[in-house]
Design a protein around this ligand. Structure first.
Ligand code: ATP
Length: 431
């Protein structure tokens, strides 16, 4: 059925522990309603009454533990039910994590040490399209439903779910993740890498992970509640070579104590051998859901573009970004890394090349910046840029070299909160 073919409202009777999988088109609205029973979308319960609009392009599963009748209204790209899901294993995993949180809370109340009062730090790893982000959402929502406030850490710079691509970020999850609005965005802690691929400058990626971990560690030390609730960490789908090395690095940097491996035996075995033997880290293998939708690189590229658009225009295209003009002299744009290192042959005998891939480079504003995203750093001085998180992003819409003026859009009106900007390779073209 094409987008134009209308579909009448239809009801599905779901048996206990089964789900209705639905793919929403980019431009046809679809809504869902609970008729009887109880059901959830990735860990967040459907309200007992009323229609819930499902965001365009989303691929969801409406799962029921005890049976439900649900109704769909609108055109979908595909919809089918399945009673083969890994949900029981997932919720059992959640129960184990929950027990660890309770233990950590008790230890904290009894004045236990840092180790004992630390709740689970779960890192979810696996190849692309194994359902990592989805499992993270479920674990977070189930925990939040029980009153915990776990911290969500998203290290996926390609298909992250907290903010625009090219970032690593963290945010506390205080209630089950909203079906429409997604991850709450009041207080995210965001570090800007600026590219969707870590191999462009893996050292910078590692440094930013370290900075994020350091900041979270500081927050936890003053907050026993969030310390006990722990973290759920989402990672990239790149699990070989450098990707694997970065996973090991992430496990170490964030002091993960539970590694959940989705859908790949080999990766599980490798990680188990690499980390479990040396420390008290549990490396657990979990089945992936057959419902996870495969996305090719073109689709991923397009999703990245939409994520950038959403930042400025809202998920439902309901925000109007503000256009502004600054003089070149009002801002300073920097690039992290990219400093050329001298080849060994050009150095005096015996000297080691000074490789500093995290060097800060000032960049001239040029027309090349049109259509790119710039991040606004919280740094007070340029030297602090790499260790600082960012306040938000602007999208460059024009550069006038003659008049030395840069035109941009931002989600909020008013002056930029800082004059220090970080350049990126992220682009988005207004259609
Ligand atoms: P990546 O490595 O690219 O970040 P991932 O492993 O994090 O991918 P997800 O983003 O969790 O994978 O899942 C891919 C897509 O499949 C998402 O759009 C998600 O909503 C959808 N999906 C996950 N589980 C199901 C399911 N049971 N039924 C239908 N759709 C699902």
């Amino acid at each position: 059925a094409g987008a134009a073919t209308p579909q009448p409202p239809r009801q599905y009777k779901l048996a206990p522990q089964s789900e209705l999988r639905v793919e929403v088109l980019p431009d046809a609205p679809l809504r869902v309603r609970l008729v009887t029973g109880t059901a959830e979308i990735f860990g967040t319960e459907l309200p007992p009454e009323g229609w819930v609009p499902v965001p365009p392009r989303s691929k969801i599963a409406i799962f029921t533990w005890h049976g439900a009748t649900v109704e769909l209204d609108g055109v979908s790209e595909s919809e089918y039910t399945s009673d083969e899901t890994p949900m029981v294993i997932y919720v059992n995993t959640h129960a184990i994590l929950d027990a660890r949180r309770a233990r950590a809370r008790t230890a904290a109340a009894q004045g236990g040490d840092k180790e004992a009062s630390q709740g689970p730090r779960v890192i979810v790893v696996g190849p692309t399209d194994s359902g990592k982000s989805t499992l993270c959402k479920m674990l977070l929502s189930w925990a939040a439903k029980l009153g915990w406030k776990p911290t969500y850490v998203d290290l996926d710079i390609g298909q992250g779910s907290i903010t625009i691509p090219g970032c690593i970020s963290a945010t506390p999850i205080e209630k089950p993740i909203d079906i429409i609005d997604g991850i709450p965005l009041e207080m995210p802690l965001v570090y800007f890498y600026g590219h969707p691929n870590p191999s462009i400058n893996a050292d910078v990626y590692k440094v930013l992970m370290k900075e994020l971990a350091k900041t979270l560690e500081k927050q936890f030390s003053g907050n026993a509640e969030s310390r006990a609730a722990g973290m759920v960490i989402n990672t990239m789908g790149w699990v070989e070579g450098l990707g694997y090395e970065l996973l090991l690095n992430a496990i170490e940097t964030f002091k993960a104590n539970v590694v959940l491996v989705l859908g790949q035996e080999k990766l599980w075995k490798m990680l188990k051998d690499a980390v479990q033997s040396k420390s008290n880290i549990d490396v657990v293998k979990l089945h992936k859901s057959e419902g996870v939708v495969l996305r090719n690189s073109k689709y991923r590229q397009r999703t990245r573009s939409f994520r950038i658009k959403e930042y400025f225009y809202g998920i439902a295209n309901d925000l109007a970004p503000h256009s502004n003009i600054v003089n070149f002299s009002d801002v300073s744009v920097y690039k992290i890394g990219g400093g050329h290192q001298a080849p060994r042959s050009a150095l005096p005998i015996g000297a080691e090349p000074v490789a500093d891939p995290t060097r800060l480079v000032a960049v001239n504003i040029s027309t090349d910046m049109i259509h790119t995203v710039l991040a606004i750093s919280y740094a007070k001085e340029p030297e602090e840029i790499i260790s600082s998180n960012v306040a938000g992003f602007i999208h460059v819409t024009d550069v006038d070299i003659q008049r030395k003026k840069l035109t941009y859009i931002a989600p909020c009106p008013g002056d930029l909160p800082s004059r220090l900007l970080i350049a990126s390779s992220l682009t988005w073209y207004e259609a």
